[in-house]
Design a protein around this ligand. Structure first.
Ligand code: AMP
Length: 364
């Protein structure tokens, strides 16, 4: 079987690494000659919407998946009409637009921060009467890692925040005073079987994920599973999804979902019986899903902008290094490390050491 992937970055790389033991072959479409998955797959070098390359991808792959959600609608449509594409194009359409996404959560009875559409400065001013300060203005489309966002602390911030959207349609959201950010990763197969991972507790800085910790038997697990199940079933979803939630005093509010494998699930590579990457492949190939049971304590630390010394990192007991084969650049995710152990004390100590190395290497 050959799996096609739109995008050849680190997520595609880790999908391919998980697929080799299953005897799978891969073909990626990516405009970067040095794409991280290129060495592990046949590489179609060119634009994501190049008609000839898309036709070749559809022709050669038994199933096509993707590693980013901003796949143009016409590309998803073209691929879907020529081959199997999972997750389905309908999930992309919702995840690409923060307003559709928040309305979708509301329709499913999943809590969110108060929100309103803002297509003009006048809309924004009107909406603030209901939303209240502080709030966040976000572009509806093409936002990730906190990009295309402005914090609103008072009416004095509105005009500049609106200008920063450069005319793009936006959504304004009330600022959630959360205790923590969590995500739930789940996989669904075409038969409707669903596997849920333990919650990840996620720490961000500057809008970028830094640390994700596996939270086994978390009190919020069953509500998070209920929310993600509603989403998966409504979208007739196939593959791995990540639902990001704010935990505000026991109330879970959905922020967004990613229709793909997710950075907050990288600890599953060593920390779970079956990784999110393998379960994504099992789901899209209609194979039985693997156990998501945690293997002791597990966490992941991102390396952003710079790398640690390999030997120093690997000298930390129970640590594992995952390099993305990317040239370090300010703000760029270049690697992650995981820690997995049965000892809580060793876990705490190792996680702190990894976090210190990442902080020292960080130039984001
Ligand atoms: P996003 O691009 O929507 O994932 O936002 C990036 C980060 O900004 C989130 O992980 C939160 O830390 C923060 N954030 C986004 N929306 C809100 C909100 N409504 N209230 C509080 N913090 C938020």
């Amino acid at each position: 079987m050959k799996v096609g992937i739109l995008g050849g970055g680190q997520l595609a790389r880790m999908i391919a690494l998980a697929g080799y033991p299953l005897g799978l072959k891969f073909i990626v479409l990516d405009p970067d000659a040095n794409a991280g998955a290129a060495g592990l797959s046949e590489h179609l070098l060119g634009a994501y919407d190049d008609p000839a390359l898309l036709a070749e991808l559809a022709e050669k792959a038994d199933v096509v998946t993707y590693e980013f959600e901003n796949v143009p609608a016409h590309v998803a449509e073209f691929l879907s009409s020529h081959t199997l594409v999972y997750p389905p194009a309908g999930a992309l359409a919702v995840a690409q637009d923060r307003l559709l996404e928040k309305n979708f959560f509301r329709e499913l009875g999943i809590g969110t921060a108060p929100f309103a559409a803002a297509d003009s400065l006048a809309d924004l001013e009107n909406a603030m009467a209901d939303i209240g300060y502080p709030a966040i203005l976000k572009s509806r489309r093409m936002g990730y890692d906190g990009k295309g966002q402005a914090v609103l602390r008072s009416a004095a911030d509105l005009a500049a925040a609106w200008d920063s959207m450069q005319g793009a349609a936006a959504i304004v959201e009330g600022f959630v005073d959360f205790q923590r950010e969590v995500s739930i990763i789940a996989a669904r197969s075409p038969s409707g079987e669903i596997a849920y991972y333990p919650l990840s507790e996620n720490r961000h800085r500057g809008g970028i994920l830094r640390i994700a910790e596996c939270c086994d038997k978390d009190p919020a697990q069953s509500l998070a599973e209920d929310y993600v199940r509603r989403l998966l079933e409504k979208l007739d979803y196939v593959g791995v999804v990540a639902l990001e939630l704010f935990d505000a005093g026991g109330t879970l509010l959905a922020n967004e979902f990613a229709p793909r494998v997710h950075n907050s699930g990288h600890w599953t590579i060593e920390g779970s019986e079956t990784s999110q990457f393998e379960n994504h492949l099992r789901a899209i190939l209609n194979l039985p899903l693997g156990s998501t049971a945690p293997r002791g304590y597990a966490a992941m630390v991102n390396f952003i902008g710079g790398l640690a010394d390999d030997a120093q990192l690997l000298n930390i007991a129970n640590a594992h290094l995952h390099l993305y084969d990317k040239v370090p650049r300010k703000g760029r995710k270049v690697a992650h490390a995981t820690i997995r152990t049965d000892s809580e004390a060793a876990y705490r100590a190792g996680l702190q050491q990894l976090a210190d190395l990442a902080a020292a290497a960080d130039n984001s």
